[in-house]
Write a protein that binds this ligand. Structure first.
Ligand SMILES: Nc1ncnc2c1ncn2[C@@H]1O[C@H](COP(=O)(O)OP(=O)(O)OP(=O)(O)O)[C@@H](O)[C@H]1O
Length: 290
């Protein structure tokens, strides 16, 4: 399976939400990373057909997705950013209902619904009303419904919202297991959601593609630009004002700063190994400091 985005643009009231976005995906996990308002949801909504682009094309194995119609949609699993559930449905009942909507034959739909409940660790909650679930449990119902039709392309918009650390780990493992011979597009602004599971990261900024590469290559690109700088109470303010700081650790009188800078920011600064969070800050972090 190959997906090609070709020059996708979308404007709202004369302002670009997405501008000339082009990218290619084949099987694997793609982390779509950007700050709030970068255009992630706009891209996903265009991909799943909720929104029409002003310009551009999406090709599935070199064929225009629009010409494929239902044949395209039946291959997609989608978890929206703010999924709305029928609160009075019980969990299993809801999944069975969703399989009917997805035109999955009834016995197969029931079997798959039960399997997925097991996978997302909700078997014990099968008979509970969705309205009575915690946020994290509801999100897991959303993930299960997105996987019901065994989609070749799984699209997840901020999927870990509301999940606790243990659920996030479980989720990442589930997605990695699921991604074999499929495309998973996972939009997030939380670096740790994709740092170790994405095969490719797509950096989206102000509606434009900034970079698409492996996490490894992105991190390598920052070699020599991440520094450890030690400050004292007296010099801290000046450093905070002047430098891009990705982390601060206070140890007695000393304050250790993790600094992203093209040049050596201080005579005593030492280079440290970059990570994907540094990459995020390098490309997106020019906003105001707190
Ligand atoms: N219906 C709309 N009307 C007007 N502007 C919109 C609309 N939807 C999105 N936008 C604008 O388009 C830009 C991209 O929004 P989008 O929701 O795609 O970003 P995002 O990366 O998904 O952000 P978030 O993580 O906050 O959801 C933003 O500037 C947003 O304000």
């Amino acid at each position: 399976m190959k997906v090609t985005f070709k020059g996708i643009s979308k404007q709202y009231k004369g302002k670009f939400a997405l501008q000339d976005f082009s990218a290619e995906m084949d099987n694997g996990i793609y982390g779509l990373l950007g700050t709030n308002g970068a255009g992630k949801t706009t891209l996903i909504n265009i991909f799943v057909g909720i929104l029409k682009s002003d310009k551009g094309q999406i090709l599935i194995n070199d064929v225009d997705a629009r010409s494929l119609g239902v044949n395209f949609l039946s291959q997609i699993g989608y978890l929206p950013q703010f999924p709305q559930f029928y609160k009075n449905f019980e969990v299993l009942e809801f999944l069975k209902y969703m399989s009917v909507l997805k035109e999955i034959p009834k016995p197969q739909g029931e079997k798959r619904a039960k399997e997925l409940l097991e996978i997302v660790n909700l078997t014990g909650a099968a008979g509970k009303k969705i309205g009575a679930l915690s946020g994290g449990m509801r999100q897991r119902v959303g993930i299960a419904q997105a996987m019901l039709n065994d989609p070749a392309i799984l699209i997840l918009d901020e999927p870990t919202a509301g999940l606790d650390p243990q659920e996030r780990i479980r989720f990442r493992n589930l997605i990695t297991k699921f991604s074999e011979k499929r495309i998973v597009l996972l939009a997030t602004h939380i670096v740790s959601d994709i740092e170790f599971i994405a095969n490719q990261v797509i950096l989206l900024k102000d509606g434009r593609l900034l970079k698409q590469d492996t996490p490894h290559a992105l991190v390598d690109g920052l070699a020599g630009k991440v520094w450890k700088v030690t400050a004292s109470e007296d010099t801290l303010d000046e450093k905070l004002h002047r430098l891009k700081i990705s982390n601060m650790l206070r140890e007695q009188e000393e304050i250790h700063l993790r600094v992203i800078n093209d040049e050596k920011p201080d005579i005593r600064a030492v280079n440290v190994q970059a990570n994907l969070e540094d990459v995020f800050l390098y490309y997106f972090g020019e906003g105001e400091q707190w």
